[in-house]
Design a binder for this molecule. Structure first.
Ligand SMILES: [Zn+2]
Length: 221
């Protein structure tokens, strides 16, 4: 797998003369100035961004992390250390399960974020809609895209946390189908992979216990 990852990294660097690669025993660090020319629905955004992308070498069994350093003021989803909340953990895990490719990940999440920064700087709005910040935003993915209630999301977390997944169990969503024929496809990739599971449960801990924290985060801005 790391052979393929190397090839993908070389392909990414190939078109990016201002990016450099650092390689340690456990991760790849791609950093420098990212030159972009992105086309979303016919709107072309071109420019440069100082970034860092860290990819643990067990990719795609881990989620890459993006850092940005010249972010527009007041833009959400960027933390003080420059790390970026690209998307909900469950969404990225599901995407990587379906598309185990760093290039695909960069296109889907990194480029979309870079485009968003570009757009936000120009217009002060979010081109893909105003995704909620922090844990609220994460929960919205499970409620919206996965069409679960908060109670059903709790059941999903509880099954994953307690290693209680059985394919023949009735699905958490109440569809009457078996888990394996319904929401199991979102859960199995998390269950099968300790690193994913860890990230998912960390996020769940935030969603389920720290709702109030979002308020205090906002007020300190
Ligand atoms: Zn279901």
């Amino acid at each position: 797998m790391s052979y393929v990852l190397n090839e993908e990294i070389q392909e990414i660097l190939g078109g990016q003369p201002k990016l450099t690669l650092e390689e340690s025993s456990k991760e790849f660090i791609i950093q420098g100035v990212y030159e972009y020319s992105l086309d979303f629905d016919g709107y072309i955004a071109q420019g440069e961004r100082k970034i860092k992308l860290t990819v643990v070498n067990n990719f795609p069994n881990s989620i890459p992390k993006l850092f940005v350093y010249d972010n527009p003021k007041k833009m959400e989803h960027i933390y003080t250390d420059g790390s970026v909340c690209l998307a909900t953990t469950g969404e990225m895990i599901y995407f990587l399960t379906e598309n185990p490719s760093l290039i695909a990940f960069v296109h889907k999440f990194v480029n979309a974020f870079i485009f968003t920064m570009h757009w936000f700087e120009k217009y002060g709005t979010y081109p893909f809609g105003d995704r909620s910040h922090g844990y609220k935003g994460s929960l919205d993915y499970y409620l919206g895209d996965l069409k679960l209630t908060k109670e059903q999301y709790k059941a999903m977390v509880s099954i994953i946390y307690g290693n209680r997944y059985r394919g023949h169990m009735p699905c958490i969503c109440g569809s009457g189908r078996k888990l394996r024929a319904c929401h199991g496809k979102y859960m199995l990739p998390i269950i099968k992979n300790p690193a994913y599971k860890n990230e998912f449960l960390n996020e769940a801990c935030g969603i389920l216990t720290e709702d109030g924290k979002i308020v205090s985060k906002k007020s300190t801005k």
